[in-house]
Design a protein around this ligand. Structure first.
Ligand code: KIV
Ligand code: ZN
Length: 510
């Protein structure tokens, strides 16, 4: 007789390991929105940030701890008093809080990074875990670079951390070096050799440098791990972390093999993935498992024929189970606010009353130009709204562009700053887009260097919305901007204003 499925905890670190990777930084509102979506997705633990890293990180963890319910909120700390104290300060209002303390244990890290002896590491780990345990009863300890740590020493540190009060022991493959067999053997080794190991949950945290993060996480589960650390879309340091949607769907689809389950509401996987994509501007590859655009597309004639006869010939997951709807619902100018809110929610976006109002106004304007609005259009409008956030110091009033072969492009731009309208005419640049950049810089007085500029159409058809995603640098820091319109020059100006408003918001805060 088979035993009942073992429950595996899903520890999401999109807002910590994910957010610290290039191009994935989010502002406070965006982090709150993602945290809420993760709670709705049904993850067990949200690692909300690294409170000592910056005032922004601290504030995000504090506000998530204050507002997001039904899930454990975790903050990361190095194994040092000031880090642990700061993490607790940020977390203390959460009904379920966890402090995650890490300290490197491998010989390479001991010798070159920490310059500490093995005895000193054990002493520091014990002191740190005890300090954390003085604040809360949910303490996770991570021997960083565990997968390259000598077995004897790893056992010694883990045993000492458990005796000091750790309740979860996380075994990170920090540099993405391990193979599934090695991970399996390491977890098995710890279970066999550490005498007090049964008092804790063993966790896995795998990076994807060799493309094995998901396989390694699943191998850890097979060896007895009870928690997987992962991120939406697999974002994270360097090549990223294990992708949440992949580990969850592997456990779900192959229950016959793993005999494990999670609390994740799988129908929220695609909407949550989309929300993160739209929030960070980091899109996933088309053929990405579970959430890629092609994940459920069948192109070959033989496959299509098989699918028509019996879906399971070529499909192991039904798209609806991960929140992919096969039909692109069409809205039009007679669709009301409720229908729009409904569709946005199904696509992964829960809009506040004010956000809905803004999107609805743009939706109506667009519906006048374009008869039918598809999911891609709705997502583009919503993305523009959510990434605009509450700060709209500069807004677009009007623009006029002329461009012709062998003529310098001409842009006349009017922006609003508070109640004041400012107009500039620019006759320079390599083309109308470049001229629009110049005009925005001149009016706002904010100079930027454009690092990345992408235009893509949100839907099919000649009247499709053009989405501009850009990354600009201002005083050594990088900022994102998005803009959506049926006119690509307007999309560019809106994206540029979006980035400028982010810069202006930081200046206001100080
Ligand atoms: O990859 C890693 O080792 C980490 C630790 C902080 C757990 O992210
Ligand atoms: Zn990591």
């Amino acid at each position: 007789m088979t035993s009942s499925p073992r429950m595996i905890k899903i520890f999401d670190t999109t807002l910590r390991d994910g957010e610290q990777s290039p191009g994935a930084s989010m502002n406070l509102n965006e982090k709150l929105e993602i945290a809420q979506a993760l709670a709705e997705l049904g993850v067990d633990i949200i690692e909300a940030g690294f409170p000592i890293a910056s005032p922004g990180d601290f504030e995000a963890v504090r506000q998530i701890a204050q507002t997001v319910r039904g899930v454990t909120i975790c903050g990361l700390a190095r194994c040092a008093e000031k880090d642990i104290d700061r993490a607790w300060e940020a977390l203390k209002s959460a009904p379920q809080a966890r402090i995650h303390i890490f300290l490197a244990t491998s010989a390479i890290h001991r010798e070159f990074k920490l310059r500490m002896s093995t005895d000193e590491i054990v002493e520091r780990a014990v002191a740190g875990v005890k300090r954390g345990a003085g604040y809360c009863d949910d303490i996770e300890f991570s021997p960083e670079d565990a997968c390259r740590t000598e077995h004897d020493f790893l056992c010694r540190v883990v045993e000492a951390a458990i005796d000091a009060g750790a309740t979860t022991i996380n075994i990170p493959d920090t540099v993405g070096y391990a193979t599934p067999t090695e991970v399996f053997e390491r977890i098995t080794m710890l279970r066999n050799r550490v005498p007090n190991i049964d008092r804790v949950i063993i966790s896995t945290h795998c990076h994807d440098d060799l493309g094995m993060a998901v396989a390694n996480s699943l191998a850890a589960v097979q060896a007895g791990a009870g928690q997987i650390e992962c991120t939406i879309n697999g974002i994270g340091e360097r090549a990223g972390n294990a992708a949440l949607e992949e580990v969850v769907m592997a456990l779900h689809t192959r229950k016959d093999f793993f005999n494990c389950r999670t609390k994740v509401e799988t129908r929220r996987l695609m909407p949550t993935s989309r929300l993160l994509t739209k929030t960070t501007g980091l899109s996933v590859q088309r053929n990405k498992a579970i959430v890629g655009r092609n994940a459920f597309a069948h192109e070959s004639g033989i496959h299509q024929d098989g699918m028509l006869k019996e879906r399971t010939t070529y499909e192991i997951i039904s798209p609806e189970d991960v929140g992919v709807s096969k039909t692109d619902l069409v809205l039009g100018k007679h669709s009301g606010r409720a229908a729009l809110a409904d569709r946005a929610r199904a696509l992964g976006f829960t809009l506040s009353g004010e956000q809905l109002q803004q999107v609805f106004e743009q939706f109506k304007t667009l519906a006048d130009k374009k008869k039918e609005l598809y999911d891609g259009d709705i997502m583009a409008l919503v993305q523009q709204e959510i990434s605009g956030g509450s700060n709209r110091e500069w807004t677009l009033v009007d623009y006029e562009v002329t461009s012709a072969r062998n003529k310098t492009p001409h842009v006349r731009l009017t922006l609003k700053h508070g109640e004041t309208e400012k107009t500039e005419t620019v006759e320079q640049g390599d083309g109308p887009i470049d001229a629009a950049f110049w005009a925005v810089e001149r009016i706002t007085g904010i100079e930027v260097v454009c690092k990345e500029f992408q235009v893509r159409s949100a839907t099919l058809g000649r009247d499709a919305i053009g989405e501009v995603n850009l990354e600009v640098e201002h005083k050594g820091r990088s900022y994102r901007g998005v803009g959506a319109s049926t006119d690509s020059v307007e999309s560019t100006i809106l994206a540029m204003l979006n980035a400028v408003n982010r810069i202006a918001a930081e200046k206001t805060v100080g």
